[in-house]
Design a protein around this ligand. Structure first.
Ligand SMILES: Nc1ncnc2c1ncn2[C@@H]1O[C@H](COP(=O)(O)OP(=O)(O)OP(=O)(O)O)[C@@H](O)[C@H]1O
Ligand SMILES: [Mg+2]
Length: 531
């Protein structure tokens, strides 16, 4: 461990917080672009600085949606007067030095750009005092529209306050593009909430036009922070993800929302645009939620700093995994197994050895299978149950061998699909379809996936799904499955029950609809007025 003599001048002491101006070569390597677009972007930058400085508490105050005033105070490391003076200049940062450092950034900031950018478009005052310099004064630096107009000593508790007044004072056009005061204030609140979700252990407070708009004291963990931000009932219901690389929380199957409002992603502690993770989350729930419904997902990815490229977007809101890796399969897989586990614990009676606890009673109206499971009477939607079985079979083994048809079937293709069939030939082959051109607008099918009973309908369904970017397994499961109103033999029903009881998400069909109704004797006796 190194010990510094107490009375060394700051220039000699190589302490971590020291701000340097990046060389033009390094500065050049940094994704450039608009840093401050609206008050919320300035608030984001200032809070990130506070977090990088190790703050335990961040207070934000805005007036007029942040246009008249933004003030962010923290109790972090603070800066020496020399650093404060340099921090407001262009490309000045304590967080990286060389281009190589860009490969393993662990702080939220790294461009040395934010304070300079805010100072360039406002009347900005930075007041700070370094932690551990008790008894001495701090520093104040004032910048007006990009010009440093004052550097002085000032008193300040350990930590930093940055105040930006009159945002875009020199850019009237930009100011004209801003939303209403309310819209800008809401955007600021969203940014504060979002950053707060990424750091539960830090307290966040927001005042807007003198009124307290958010109060999020330091929380014990992510679940508690979610509870502070989105309410106890959502937080309590969430299912924990159990992977060392992808952790966090997602909503259980019974809870969904009409929008993607509850999607929040942080990679190595950095909040990133959740949109890029939306497809993976949607995939994980594709066969579990009804159309138009979305889950809640608070995802945390923990990768080595060298595995993530943060220098992708000027607003630092996107990251890229190095080596062309994709987080997609990992995210989908982690969510699926957490949901499957939750289903086992919470969803109905677990099947005993190979579904032995399930006894067939009979069929009702050619649509439902009635059975007994443990001490419950169950009514099963046979179409939905069959779809669930086929869906899970197809998803497990999408590259199924083709079953050769006893005699080939000619399928006419509708005009809009005729050209698609050759665009998706490879995918169709992989699914187990075998076909060849058969004159204008038709194909001759010689093989189909194992689950398919009606080759023509299945081929068209698969094509439709591929052309529309839909879930193939879902489309095929639906088209291949037992129709409503079909009488099944006892053996068929028993086979269906057995396979259904072994599916993972057996309570819902791949369209997200419930397929089981359960009744206990107590339910019935209550109904009959016997208890
Ligand atoms: N709240 C703060 N507490 C302590 N030091 C700070 C604070 N804000 C800024 N600094 C110091 O000022 C430097 C410049 O800040 P600035 O936000 O401009 O750049 P950065 O955070 O290094 O990179 P980026 O532009 O990506 O945010 C930081 O590197 C840091 O050393
Ligand atoms: Mg910064």
């Amino acid at each position: 461990m190194r010990h510094f003599p107490t009375l060394v001048s700051e220039e000699a002491a190589d302490y971590v917080g020291r701000v340097r101006v990046l060389s033009p070569e390094v500065a050049h390597r940094i994704a450039a672009g608009e840093v401050i677009e609206r008050p919320a972007s300035a608030v984001k930058e200032l809070i990130e600085n506070s977090l990088d400085a190790g703050a335990g508490r961040v207070e934000v105050e805005i007036e007029d949606g942040g246009v008249a005033l933004i003030r962010v105070s923290d109790d972090g490391s603070g800066m020496s007067p020399e650093d404060a003076g340099r921090a407001v200049t262009e490309h000045a940062t304590s967080k990286i030095r060389t281009a190589d450092d860009l490969a393993s950034v662990i702080s939220l900031g790294f461009r040395g750009e934010a304070l300079h950018a805010i100072g360039a478009v406002s009347s900005m005052t930075l007041t700070t005092r370094r932690r551990g310099t008790e008894g001495s004064l701090g520093a104040r630096v004032r910048v007006f529209a990009g010009e440093v107009v004052e550097s002085a000593t000032a008193s300040h508790p350990p930590g930093t306050t940055v105040e930006a007044r009159d945002l875009f004072l020199n850019l009237p056009v930009r100011r004209g593009f801003l939303g209403t005061v309310r819209a800008e204030a809401n955007a600021v609140a969203t940014v504060v909430e979002s950053l707060a979700l990424s750091r539960p252990e830090v307290g966040f407070f927001l005042r807007s036009d003198g009124r307290r708009s958010l109060a999020l004291p330091a929380a014990a963990d992510l679940r508690e922070r979610i509870s502070q931000v989105h309410g106890l009932s959502l937080a309590r219901s969430l299912v924990a993800l159990g992977d060392p690389v992808v952790w966090g929380f997602v909503s259980p199957l019974a809870i969904s929302f009409p929008t993607r409002r509850y999607l929040h992603v942080a990679v190595n502690g950095r909040v990133v645009e959740a949109d890029s993770f939306a497809p993976a989350v949607a995939r994980a729930y594709a066969d579990l939620l009804p159309k138009g419904r979305h889950p809640a997902a608070f995802l945390r990815l923990e990768l080595g700093p060298g595995e993530v490229d943060v220098n992708v977007h000027p607003a630092k809101s996107a990251v890229r995994l190095r080596g062309g890796r994709s987080a997609y399969p990992l995210v989908v897989g982690t969510i699926r197994s957490a949901l499957a586990q939750e289903q086992e614990i919470g969803g109905g009676a677990p099947p005993e050895e190979g579904g032995a606890g399930l006894t067939l009673i009979g069929q009702f109206a050619g649509r439902c299978i009635i059975a007994q499971e443990g001490d419950e009477l169950i009514v099963l939607d046979q179409h939905g149950a069959h779809e669930r079985i086929l869906y899970e079979r197809l998803s497990r083994n999408p590259r199924a061998e083709a079953t050769t048809l006893p005699s080939p079937v000619v399928a006419r293709l509708p005009e809009d699909l005729a050209p698609e069939v050759w665009n998706f030939e490879v995918e169709m082959q992989a699914l187990g379809f075998r076909f060849e051109p058969f004159g204008e607008g038709a194909v001759r099918i010689s093989g189909v996936p194992e689950t398919v009973t009606d080759p023509e309908t299945a081929l068209l369904a698969a094509l439709h799904a591929l052309a529309g970017g839909e879930d193939l397994a879902k489309a095929l499961a639906c088209k291949g499955s037992t129709r409503f109103g079909e009488n099944l033999s006892k053996e068929e029903m028993e086979a269906l029950l057995k396979e259904w009881s072994e599916t993972t998400f057996r309570e819902i069909c791949p369209h997200g609809r419930p397929i089981v109704k359960r009744l206990t004797l107590v339910d019935l006796l209550r109904e009959f007025g016997r208890i």
